[in-house]
Ligand binder design. Structure first.
Ligand code: ADP
Length: 386
């Protein structure tokens, strides 16, 4: 049972690297918090500061309301699971799991109880007599988890614990960790660069970039209402499509006139490209959106919100566009279509079926689901819809 608070936390390393800036987060008891972001964004630094393995340059970290800035790692009642399992190679699984308890002089019977209970939870009972080198990667990672569980810490910290495992095992261990979380009912803070892990396991996700928190939200909110283009494109696979254009308005309503903004306008005019107006629903006519009239914007649309069935294209005729098919990937339950617009942008559509009738170079008409259009300011890349 523990809450964790980070208040205006800053980390500057001795070499001058500003790794974390103004980090604020209140973690409630029993939350499964994920810190996610690209490599080097400061996730591990935050975790290591919570663990007490790294000093805090500015700000405060508290556990259960008590400031721990000057409390040593071993007195923080925290267990950490790392990417490299760091098991003792000469000890059996049993002894590896029991080690921390022995060091704390926990009575032998109780150690035995806790080790056997953890082994059962993690399906390690049959393996208790083995040495680490006789285990698979997934089994070793389970031993590392077992070693953390038996300590019954207030908070579990996990730093990319699955990144050394192959894809299939990662999926299995993801489910295992989620089950473990449900059983233990304890606070977990988990670092990963993998958006799928973040989305599938977290109760709340903290997206970081360059040492700065971008957004803190539940997986659903993060997916549906990303606050900026970075979050929008980082969360979701394949990533959200973006279409540059200018915001306009005519008698039919507000629209984005799709055109590449970044390129030279003279060069553009030599391309005979019909302008494509993608109309927005009336509910998008907010003050904030209208403030962008005649200005460049970025329209975002997730791959599953691009449709190609004729009845959908007809229904959404205000947001249809002609595209050229480049690649069709059939994944069984769904297909990914890689498409090129007339103005040479790439779009990916995700179709909930197997797509057999589209070939390389085919021109097809697709439509965007107007209910799921995102809009971002071109300069700041901040979302202008809420
Ligand atoms: P992440 O976990 O997101 O990959 P880190 O927290 O490891 O990121 O690193 C954040 C930044 O701090 C990076 O620029 C990294 O190079 C730098 N950094 C990490 N550890 C140290 C260190 N011990 N000394 C100096 N710079 C470091």
């Amino acid at each position: 049972m523990a809450t964790v608070g980070l208040n205006e936390v800053v980390k500057v390393y001795d070499n001058g690297v500003l790794a974390v800036q103004d980090f604020n987060l209140q973690i409630e008891d029993k939350e499964f918090i994920i810190l996610v972001g690209p490599s080097g964004c400061g996730k591990s630094t935050v975790l290591r500061m919570i663990a007490g393995l790294e000093s805090i340059t500015e700000g405060e970290i508290s556990i259960d309301g008590k400031v721990v800035n000057n409390v040593s790692a071993k007195d923080r009642d925290i267990a950490m699971v790392f990417q490299n399992y760091a098991l003792y190679p000469h000890m059996t699984v049993y002894d590896n799991i029991a080690f921390a308890l022995k060091m704390r002089k926990v009575p032998k019977d109780e150690i035995d109880n806790r080790v056997r209970h953890a082994a059962e939870t993690l399906q390690l009972t049959e393996l208790l007599d083995r040495k680490p080198k006789q285990l698979s990667g997934g089994q070793r990672q389970r031993v590392a988890l077992g070693r953390a569980i038996v300590r019954e810490p207030k908070v579990f910290l996990m730093d990319e614990p699955l990144s050394n495992l192959d894809a299939k095992l990662r999926v299995e261990m993801r489910v295992q960790i989620t089950k473990l979380y449900q059983q233990l009912q304890t606070t977990i803070i988990y670092v990963t660069h993998d958006q799928t892990e973040a989305m599938t396991m977290g109760t709340r996700i903290v997206v970081m970039k360059d040492g700065i928190v971008q957004q803190v939200a539940t997986p659903t909110d993060l997916y549906n209402l990303p606050v900026n283009l970075f979050v929008a494109r980082f969360i979701g696979m394949p990533p959200m499509n973006t279409i540059e254009g200018r915001l306009g308005k005519d008698e039919a309503g507000l629209f984005v006139c799709a055109e590449p903004i970044g390129t030279d306008s003279k060069e553009q005019s030599t391309h005979a490209v019909d302008s494509v107006k993608l109309y927005l629903l009336p509910r998008y006519e907010t003050e904030e959106v209208l403030a962008h009239l005649d200005r460049p914007v970025i329209l975002g649309i997730r791959p599953e919100h691009i449709y190609m069935e004729p009845e959908d294209v007809e229904r959404y005729s205000d947001t249809k566009l002609q595209v050229k098919a480049e690649v069709v990937e059939m994944l069984g339950a769904e297909s990914y279509l890689y498409l090129k617009t007339q103005w040479d942008s790439n779009l990916t559509a995700r179709i909930n079926d197997q797509v057999h009738d589209v070939r390389y170079d085919d021109m097809i008409t697709v439509a965007l689901d107007p209910d799921h259009i995102h809009l971002f300011d071109y300069e700041t890349e901040v979302s202008i819809i809420h």
